[in-house]
Design a protein around this ligand. Sequence first.
Ligand SMILES: O=C[C@H](O)COP(=O)(O)O
Length: 214
Amino acid sequence: MEFYIDTADLAQIKEAMSWGILEGVTTNPSIVAREKRGFEELIREIARETPGKVWCEVIGTDADTMVEEARMFRNWADRVVVKLPMGAEGVKAASRLSKEGIETNMTLVYSVGQAVLAAKAGVRYVSPYLGRVDDVAWSGATLIGGIVETFARLGLPTKVIAASVRGPQQVLDMLNLGVHAVTTSYSVWAAMMKHPMTDIGLEGFLRDWKEAGL
Ligand SMILES: O=C[C@H](O)COP(=O)(O)O
């Protein structure tokens, strides 16, 4: 069970990593763009704040460029997981990078077939997008459950990381489906930690303690 925070916001990363329960930080080009800072500088800083893995996505659209970017990311952070977009060029790059021993993730996976091809190319992780599938009126959980079952049936070592997870209940739904990893925002992890009854209970304990004057 691996947990990641899906952000490039350093304040959120610092706080979330201090919980000691997250394996690292996942990013994508939209998340990085939101920070309005140099890509390299930002990734290096995230790596300093993160004892675990830092996930970094290529921008190139052909396999040669993707492979070059992957090698460059490895210089920025040695614990990098290189995110490649699903498609022929992404598969080509994944096959080459897995032979070099560079850990990769196939992202933007929307079918079991895509996931199987990515696994065959040697990626360490595939990212199906739960919320974005639900957004277009199909079931992200059905897709992800199908990938998990197919990988298990075929004995594939590739891990499934549920992406586009938008609430605490969805995190649990994904874990119950048997995914190996989940990435989601700071606010989802923070919400999962909270319960109003916990707050009410703690308030009562502290009040009783104070009133007793111990
Ligand atoms: O990179 C993958 C993200 O988990 C996508 O999440 P989102 O659909 O909430 O933008």
